[in-house]
Design a protein around this ligand. Structure first.
Ligand code: NAD
Length: 505
């Protein structure tokens, strides 16, 4: 059982147990100081794997945001002026603490978000690595000189935006909190982070570890729902914002930032409905394993923007690949998220489970064949949670809803093709363009496909893995801007061009 607390103390989340209840109100961090909402508002956070109430979390409003902005504003010049080595040491120290507490953070996410403990612990390690990398990437902030005029010195500098904000999705709570924070800090910005109200605890635990690392005001983690998101998007002082979430909310953020009356730079990391294309000459065993891995049935129950949830497979090998996929996906161990043996946990909430049920039913109505899953599991131990079985829909007609729209759950749709043109046309037919995977032994076919695919992140004979320094970003409605590595650090800088005339005439 976790102890009760008053505002002023960091919440003791690292000892959260699968059955523990948080007493009182879990506060948020305003620049490293722990507070409850000025309005006294709270919201409930549940354990999706059991349906149990974990506790109440302070629900930040505009007054609380104002405090965070003021705290951030007052420290921004000092943070920007700090030597890179000093800033790097503080960011890296947070990375070290996150790594040391990876299991506890993994348990918090498993309880609060429903994904398996092993996957969420691995997420925390990745978050720690992002922090450690970002600290060092601060050294890569450079300008250029331009010997263009013969009479002046022309050069550029890269400078931070000042107070920036990051609004993030629910599916990787601790990983996103760490990884999305790190590049902005490394570029010399001070940050206001809003985790999802569906899984707020991982970000708060990370903020607890950061409390005594950064100067007051450098990092605020404010908890709340869409109202807080809107207030952040509309705040005139926050000119640089990065948003991770659905396309619909991304469009809302676009409107909100426009209505703020100030011009903002916004990065959008949005949804995906990503193809995995299997050619007839591919290593079919490896391809089938990749289909299962790329779907992210394990780790996040399909709730990943990058999941390759559309299998486009050549007719000649269609049956064989689908049989292998069904066998592999059917063997996945579904269980309580907090059990270390669990491979696949719970969806984020019952609403998501209902969406899966509805979309599978609609797909069958449109002519798809349900060959695996399609329902919540029958296991009585899992009854209170938001579980859904690994699901495969075969022969999904081109244009069916389930092959066009994100399910954001463990539902794979399979459509066969006969010609390369047909495969690429189907892959590119949607509004999304986040990831794609191509499986073939023919390098020409692979490179032709890569050239024609409208997606921002592509694998050939691989899937799912994201590499720390390789830029990641969506095309079309999947987003605008880049994350990861140096590109993300640079995106949190503004360029200043300077022209110094040496001997004015
Ligand atoms: P969501 O869009 O419902 O919410 C995302 C965040 O936006 C939350 O913090 C939420 O509180 C906030 N929000 C809600 N309404 C807002 C508003 N009007 N203004 C400002 N903020 C608002 O998304 P979700 O359900 O948390 O996450 C799932 C979605 O995120 C999927 O579409 C998924 O593909 C996408 N996603 C994309 C990436 C990527 O890197 N491209 C990564 C993870 C998730």
């Amino acid at each position: 059982m976790t102890q009760g607390r008053t505002a002023g103390e960091a919440p003791d989340l690292l000892n959260l147990s699968p059955t523990g209840r948080l007493e009182g109100t879990v506060p948020f961090s305003v620049g490293g100081r722990w507070r409850e909402a000025a309005s006294g508002a709270t919201f409930e956070t549940y354990a999706p794997g059991t349906g149990r109430l974990i506790g109440r979390v302070a629900d930040a409003g505009e007054d609380d945001l104002e405090l965070a902005v003021e705290a951030a504003r007052s420290v921004a010049p000092a943070w920007a002026a700090m030597a890179v080595a000093e800033r790097a040491e503080l960011i890296t120290e947070l990375g070290r603490r996150v790594a040391e507490n990876a299991e506890a953070l993994g348990m918090i996410d498993a309880i609060d978000n429903g994904s398996p403990l092993t996957a969420m612990t691995a997420d925390a390690v990745k978050g720690a690595n992002s922090l450690k990398l970002a600290g060092l990437l601060g050294y890569e902030l450079k300008g250029h000189t331009y010997p263009i005029s013969g009479r002046s010195l022309h050069y550029t500098t890269l400078e931070p935006w000042g107070v920036v904000a990051r609004i993030i999705a629910f599916n990787h709570p601790t990983l996103f909190a760490c990884a999305r924070l790190a590049p902005a800090l490394a570029a010399g910005n001070v940050v206001i982070l809003k985790p999802s109200e569906l899984a707020p605890l991982g970000a708060l635990a990370m903020a607890g570890l950061a409390s005594d690392i950064f100067p007051p005001g450098v990092l605020s983690v404010l908890t709340g729902g869409p109202g807080l998101g809107r207030a952040i998007a509309a705040h005139p002082v926050i000119r640089r914002l990065s948003f991770t979430g659905s396309v619909a909310t991304g469009l809302a953020v676009m409107r909100e930032t426009a209505e703020s009356g100030v011009i903002k730079s916004v990065t959008y990391e949005l949804g995906g409905k990503n193809p995995i294309i299997v050619f007839p000459d591919a290593d079919l065993d490896a391809a089938a394993r990749a289909v299962v891995r790329g779907m992210n049935f394990t780790r996040v129950q399909g709730q990943s923007c990058g999941s390759t949830s559309r299998l486009l497979v050549h007719r000649d090998v269609h049956r064989q690949v689908v049989d292998l996929v069904v066998e592999l996906a059917g063997a996945i161990r579904i269980g309580l998220p907090t059990d270390p043996a669990t491979e696949m946990g719970s969806l984020i909430n019952i609403g998501s489970q209902e969406r899966c049920t509805r979309m599978v039913g609609a797909a069958v109505g449109e002519g798809a064949r349900l060959v695996l899953g399609g329902t919540p599991p029958a296991d009585p131990e899992l009854e209170g949670g938001a579980y859904f079985l690994p699901t495969v829909l075969d022969d999904v007609p081109v244009g069916a809803e389930v092959s066009r729209e994100e399910v954001f759950g463990p539902v794979l749709s399979v459509t066969p093709w006969s010609s390369e043109d047909e495969a690429i046309d189907q892959a590119n037919a949607l509004r999304f363009g986040l990831t794609a995977s191509v499986w073939t032994a023919d390098i020409d076919a692979a490179l032709r496909s890569v050239q024609r695919l409208e997606a921002g992140y592509i694998w050939v004979n691989d899937v799912e893995t994201r590499y720390l320094t390789v830029p990641f970003g969506g095309w079309k409605d999947s987003g605008a801007g880049l994350e990861q590595g140096l590109d993300e650090v640079l995106s949190f800088t503004r360029m200043k061009s300077v022209n110094v005339t040496i001997a004015p005439q």
